[in-house]
Ligand binder design. Structure first.
Ligand code: SF4
Length: 133
């Protein structure tokens, strides 16, 4: 078994975590004692960080609800449907009918782009972050 040092990607704290790798599969995670941020601690998300990697329930493609059922679609179709829905909502009820939630799993740069898209693209200040949900 190998222990590979990395950074937890669940939020922006950036805790130091070791992933336990056995036969090319990540099978566990535990905190780094010497990491300057986490200093031997992880929250429950960090302790369970490894579980999503090989999960059969992991989303690998966009899903679109059709006739009440979630079905896999291409990224092009998902983006077209999303853009169309945003456009229609803005036309019908104004830009403040739309709100955007950013993610702790995004990088600073991705969250910066998201607020630009929301403010300059959609025309609303309705942008918040999942940490305040
Ligand atoms: S262990 Fe918890 S607090 Fe640390 S980076 Fe991961 S999610 Fe954030």
């Amino acid at each position: 078994m190998q222990n590979v040092m990395t950074i937890c990607n669940y939020c922006g704290c950036g805790c130091g975590v070791y992933l336990c790798v056995d036969n090319n599969r990540v099978v566990g995670s535990y905190p780094s004692r010497n990491h300057p941020i986490s200093r031997g601690n992880l929250c429950s998300k960090g302790w369970h960080l490894h579980q999503f990697i090989h999960s059969r329930n992991r989303l690998r493609e966009p899903l679109l609800r059709k006739n009440g059922e979630l079905l896999p679609v291409s990224w092009d179709e998902a983006l077209d449907v999303t853009a169309d829905a945003l456009h229609k909502s803005r036309e019908r009820s104004g830009p403040d009918s739309i709100g955007v939630l950013a993610s702790a799993k995004c990088s600073n740069e991705e969250n910066y782009l998201l607020q630009k898209f929301t403010r300059a693209g959609l025309g609303t200040n309705n942008i918040d972050h999942c940490a305040r949900l």
